[in-house]
Ligand binder design. Structure first.
Ligand SMILES: [Zn+2]
Length: 200
């Protein structure tokens, strides 16, 4: 019930359906589904089945070598544009939601032919801050960095690791590629897939 093991969610993440849960603080309901309105931890009160999001606390700035969570907004040919959501460790929001970039040369070790094979808009990533000023430059090259949560480009389901490598959509079977972190699907997560099963 408590502690930092509760999944970290970002605004817009699906928390469950209105049949399963009562929408609580930090959430909103839309067409029978309950979403997070905040960056924070998803919690469920078993006594009344209320799902709520406890906001995480702000930090003043980010620094070189910090590990941060971000959401990919746009993938260009040479860089991915990322909204930085929180620091890692004890996740905290960062005021002003600064923007960072992952240059194609910093996406992974070795040569990256197409950045669109490594990231897609909406992906949640964990990255290291190479440079914090004047602009935020990020790297996802290390094995423990990269995409930790991604959605299917065809049905929007949460992608799971495929046995043969890469990612697979448990809902529609779509196969996708990403530069995943070793903790894909585990670290901040977006809670259990409310509508999906598991990969076969
Ligand atoms: Zn799918």
């Amino acid at each position: 019930m408590t502690g930092t093991t509760d999944p970290l969610v970002v605004p817009g993440d699906l928390l469950g359906t209105a049949e399963e849960f009562v929408p609580g603080r930090g959430t909103y309901e839309d067409r029978g589904k309950i979403y997070s309105a905040l960056l924070g931890h998803r919690r469920v009160d078993p006594s009344d089945r209320a799902v709520r999001v406890d906001a995480v606390h702000a930090v003043p700035s980010i620094h070189d070598d910090d590990i941060v969570y971000g959401r990919v907004d746009e993938v260009k040919s040479a860089m991915a544009i990322v909204t930085i959501l929180a620091g890692s460790g004890s996740p905290r929001t960062i005021p002003g939601t600064p923007e960072g970039t992952v240059h194609i040369s910093k996406a992974k070790d070795g040569y990256t032919e197409a950045l669109s094979d490594e990231f897609a808009p909406g992906d949640l990533i964990v990255a290291r801050v190479l440079q914090s000023h004047p602009s935020v430059k990020l790297s996802t090259a290390a094995a423990d960095l990269g995409v930790v949560s991604a959605r299917c480009s065809s049905c929007h389901g949460l992608l799971a690791r495929a046995e043969k490598g890469g990612l697979r959509c448990p809902r529609c079977g779509n196969q996708e590629r990403r530069k995943t972190a070793t903790d894909y699907g585990r670290v901040p997560g977006v809670g259990p897939a409310p509508d999906g099963g598991r990969a076969d």
